[in-house]
Design a protein around this ligand. Structure first.
Ligand code: FES
Length: 106
């Protein structure tokens, strides 16, 4: 389990913690936190890699503008994790480029 050492400890009341996974590793979160917020608190900064050079990116603006926090959330690519609330049991993966192609019908 990832620690929560980057969170403000004093003067903050939080409800029971829950976990979700990022690239298969558990990350602790509390109700009301975004995915990116919980990841930053856990010390995990990588959200995606660029399409051409696979350079690492992480949350930058934290207000939905830059799109550097896009990740694959429960199989859905391009989710801005700075806006998406963390939920128990969700599966979050680092996104490569524009993410996996959507499935098309027959
Ligand atoms: S960190 Fe900029 S859009 Fe999420």
């Amino acid at each position: 389990m990832t620690t929560t050492s980057n969170r403000i400890a004093a003067g903050v009341e939080r409800r029971a913690p829950f976990t979700f996974t990022v690239d298969g590793q558990p990350v602790q979160a509390y109700a009301g936190e975004t995915i990116a917020g919980a990841m930053l608190a856990a010390g995990q900064r990588l959200t995606r890699r660029t399409a051409w050079r696979t350079e690492p990116r992480g949350a930058f603006c934290l207000m939905g503008v830059c799109h550097d926090c896009r990740m694959v959330v429960d199989g859905v690519p391009n989710v801005r994790t700075c806006l998406a609330p963390a939920r128990p049991g969700m599966v979050v993966d680092t996104q490569l480029g524009f993410g996996p192609a959507p499935e098309v019908g027959p």
